[in-house]
Design a protein around this ligand. Structure first.
Ligand code: ARG
Length: 459
């Protein structure tokens, strides 16, 4: 059933009809559409715009419609134009002409944006929950071996020793911010457009405030034309997904190479790897590679929405029908990636000896040595260049750096002489970084606990 056409002399072209339809994808908005319709019908009944008994009848039929859709998949195999016309058609089949009263003064322009806002709100709630679970996994895993030393990298070159808890915490804190970003976006998503009509507002005496309260919206939209036009709330949500996915991709990337045989710091759980059809020895990190690869999708979804809006005039345009798939894809991808990542982190194994060995490489202590020298009164730039020359001497002569350094220190900072050995101990090196936010085991524990507490707040 089309919701329009009385002024038409021909049916739509069949190819165009298929092209025009959005029901194939916007049926995912069915329960949101029904919830909004129920609230709207109640509002119409309350202000006597329709007979209160009609409102009751329609609401009951809407409830049944949803039950039917949930229990009988064939019920959704309809040639409907979109989810809004699907509901009206099924409602008319069920209760006849009175079904049309549900649409008194209501435009699909406001319905589409209301349903999308409800859907995104629910997606944000799922996503903040899933992010909290992953942060918890990272922090707990970090706590389980908070003081295990490993190399920290810059430019993918080993730089200084860090604690494993510091590494887990870095990834956890990024996700704490992603969760807070989602919660901030939620405030701008959770605004009721219904009551905007097609663009000019409604002449019916419905209470938009009551409608908002019934649907759990915090506010009503303050301008009807803006309400049906803008999709900034959707773009903001997809940006949150894109930033989150970028953080997941970074964690994936780190785990991929650090678990490979060349580094061997971690082992990935078998359940999240796949074998090779040719090489029997392989356990490939496909789960992580997909999380990394899918960041491209979410970035593309964001660009899709921004470009969709660019150049559109105020008012509803059919272009906006293209908003939904980008939103669904971004949400599905981020939620799926969060679940996979949580499984990988929970099952991550640590090879503490390998990590320790890699963190013990003498050149990684060079910065610590320079700072220690400077604290003995050697000007820092001089200390930096002295240590640099010792590093190159050690490389040239194949004499261990600690021996070269011990000799040099004796010349320049006698008070350090007895401590050179400890400066080459990676466990000592991490303990020294005791300022808040640093990698000393004590600071790491404080930071991990703070992340755990923060991810449980309401933002
Ligand atoms: N299916 C459309 C969308 O998703 C809503 C329909 C509004 N169409 C219209 N011609 N006013 O955006």
């Amino acid at each position: 059933m089309k919701l329009w056409g009385a002024n038409y002399s021909s049916e739509p072209d069949a190819t165009f009809w298929e092209f025009n339809r959005s029901f194939t994808f916007d049926r995912r908005l069915l329960s949101e559409e029904v919830a909004a319709s129920r609230a709207y019908v109640r509002a119409l009944g309350r202000c006597r715009a329709i007979q209160p008994q009609d409102a009751v009848l329609i609401e009951g039929a809407l409830e049944q419609l949803l039950t039917k859709a949930r229990t009988d998949p064939a019920y959704l195999n309809a040639d409907a134009e979109d989810v809004h016309s699907f509901v009206e058609t099924r409602l008319t089949e069920a209760i006849g002409e009175v079904a049309g009263q549900a649409h008194l003064g209501r435009s699909r322009n406001e319905q589409a944006v209301t349903a999308l806002r409800l859907w995104i709100r629910a997606a944000i709630d799922r996503m903040t929950g899933a992010t909290e679970r992953l942060v918890t996994s990272l922090a707990e895993k970090g706590r389980s071996a908070f003081d295990a030393v490993m190399p920290g990298f810059t430019h993918t070159r080993a730089a200084e020793p860090i604690a494993f808890g510091h590494f887990m915490g870095a990834h956890a804190w990024a996700l704490v911010r992603d969760r807070e970003r989602l919660l901030a976006a939620r405030r701008r998503v959770n605004v009721l457009p219904l009551g905007s009509g097609a663009l000019a507002g409604t002449a019916l005496p419905i209470s938009r405030e009551v409608l908002a309260a019934e649907l759990g919206f915090d506010e009503i939209s303050p301008n009807a034309l803006d309400a049906v036009t803008d999709r900034d709330f959707a773009a903001e949500f997809v940006f949150c997904c894109a930033q989150l996915q970028t953080h997941l991709a970074r964690l994936a990337e780190d785990l991929i190479w650090m678990s490979g045989p060349e580094y061997g710091f971690f082992t990935l759980p078998d359940a999240y790897t796949t074998g090779s059809s040719l090489m029997p020895q392989k356990k490939n990190p496909d789960s992580l590679e997909l999380v990394r690869g899918k960041a491209a999708r979410v970035d593309a979804d964001l660009v899709r929405l921004l470009v969709l809006m660019k150049g559109l005039p105020a008012g509803y345009q059919k272009d906006l029908q293209e908003d939904k798939e980008a939103v669904f894809d971004a949400a599905d991808t981020a939620l799926g990636s969060l679940a996979v990542m949580t499984g990988v982190v929970d099952g991550l194994g640590l090879n503490r000896e390998v990590m320790h060995e890699a963190a013990s490489r003498e050149d990684m202590m060079a910065a610590g040595l320079a700072v220690a020298l400077a604290r003995q009164g050697v000007p820092f730039r001089k200390a930096h260049s002295l240590v640099g020359s010792w590093v190159s001497e050690a490389q040239r002569t194949k004499v261990p750096l600690r021996e070269v350094a011990a000799r040099g220190v004796a010349d320049h900072g006698a008070a350090l002489s007895g401590r050179v050995e400890s400066l080459f101990d990676p466990d000592e090196a991490i303990r020294a970084k005791a300022a808040p936010g640093g990698t000393s085991p004590a600071a790491v524990l404080v930071s991990l606990s703070a992340a755990l507490a923060r991810v449980k707040t309401s933002g």
